[in-house]
Design a protein around this ligand. Structure first.
Ligand code: PMP
Length: 378
């Protein structure tokens, strides 16, 4: 399903008319409807007599917002009763440490890490500070351009957990399905740049997490979905904030949560539900968008060189290079002039990165695809 997501009430009055198509990798584009709703409620949230930012996190207004966000996460991702949904701060980066602090520190066995890009590598660095780590797959020798196939790696039966990043935002490399690990080994996943962009079978995961600022809201809130039996693995000797147990026991209110980001995330989740219904439909929309761009790469193989192998192409971050640096600079510059912004790739990969998260309207991707075709023919 392709849905136009540019709908707006009074674009001149809200500033929406000045918006570009923003291909930033994150913080990233948000739905205009959500921004307008936030704008309308900024000074006074209806019925609350104040802005959401001015309200206690323990008051009914915010508690209702958190509960509704958790409910919507549960329903969109079909989170089973065996799993808890938590909001924490510290971004996805703090999870690089919290995960091994809780799930590895007290264990005899090593944790298995699959490294398919920059974010997995950063997580590995932090895990090594907490315990023994077994790197069971490492794609660095090909500058992280692919994901492993079945049989390309082996996770030991007694591993503390197996960790991977399902969408490497910088390289634009995405797993098309979960890696196979022994059934008793908890699968742990950094889904920062694709959670809520497609359906996932949460029952397969011991823990899966995402920062908000790609597909679900502004920076500041991180969603952690953790299997209940793993919550107690962390030792009480850890700093309190780092213990999942504390966040779970306090309903994500162990300290003051990121109230404003959670409030906006709640609106984005509602936007997904009302515009797309479910994540199957969200995925179809995202696949249609990414295909527009990959089709241009495939039609111009002498000009555009995609970074990711075809079977690991990300539907969220489309990464490619041009024949020369001059052409790359000209591409980025003329794209920006045409209202196609923030296309510069990460310095470690170079080239172009077009991030086409949930809220990127199909019109923006169509415009970029046309721009790419025209640029290649010039
Ligand atoms: N993991 C992935 C896959 C990411 O894309 C990012 C952010 N770009 C991070 C982790 C780090 O997130 P944060 O900046 O919120 O700590």
């Amino acid at each position: 399903m392709s849905v136009s997501t540019q709908g707006s009430v009074d674009i001149a009055a809200t500033g929406a008319a000045d918006r570009v198509f923003n291909f930033s990798a994150g913080p990233a584009v948000l739905p205009v409807q959500v921004l307008e709703e936030v704008q309308r409620e900024m000074v006074c949230l209806p019925g609350a007599g104040a802005s959401l930012m001015e309200l206690s996190h323990r008051g009914k207004v915010f508690v209702d917002i958190v509960e509704s966000a958790v409910e919507d996460i549960r329903s969109l991702l079909r989170v089973p009763e065996t799993h808890e949904v938590l909001f924490v701060q510290g971004g996805a980066t703090l999870q690089f440490s919290m995960i091994p602090a809780n799930l590895l520190r007290s264990q005899d066995a090593a944790a298995a890490y699959l490294i398919t890009g920059s974010w997995g590598k950063k997580a590995l660095t932090e895990a090594r500070k907490e315990g023994e780590v077994d790197v069971v797959y490492d794609a660095s020798s090909t500058n992280f351009n692919h994901a492993p196939g079945a049989g390309d790696f082996e996770v030991k039966e007694d591993a503390a957990y197996a960790y991977y990043c399902c969408n490497e935002t910088i390289q634009g490399v995405q797993f098309q399905s979960e890696p196979q690990v022994p059934s008793d080994v908890p699968l742990v996943c950094d889904a920062s740049s694709d959670l809520f962009s497609r359906p996932l079978d949460i029952s397969k995961y011991g823990l899966i997490y995402a920062c908000a600022q790609k597909n679900a809201g502004p920076a500041g809130a991180t969603v952690v979905i953790i299997r209940k039996d793993l919550i107690d693995r962390g030792s009480d000797s850890l700093p309190g904030y780092l213990l999942y147990k504390n966040h779970a026991n306090a309903g994500s209110m162990w300290n003051t949560p990121a109230t404003f980001p959670i409030y906006v995330m709640g609106k984005v989740l509602k936007w997904i539900q009302s515009n797309f219904g479910d994540l199957e439909s969200m995925r179809d929309h995202n696949e249609a968008k990414a295909k527009l761009l990959y089709d241009v790469l495939d039609a111009n193989p002498d000009f555009y060189v995609g970074h990711a192998d075809e079977n690991a192409r990300s539907r969220m971050n489309v990464t490619f290079n041009l024949p020369s640096d001059d052409q790359l600079q000209a591409f980025i510059g003329s794209a920006a002039d045409a209202g196609l912004a923030n296309l510069k790739g990460h310095r470690s990969v170079g080239g172009v990165r077009a991030s086409v998260y949930n809220a990127m309207p199909i019109e923006g991707v169509e415009k970029l695809a046309q721009f790419m075709t025209d640029f290649a023919s010039r």
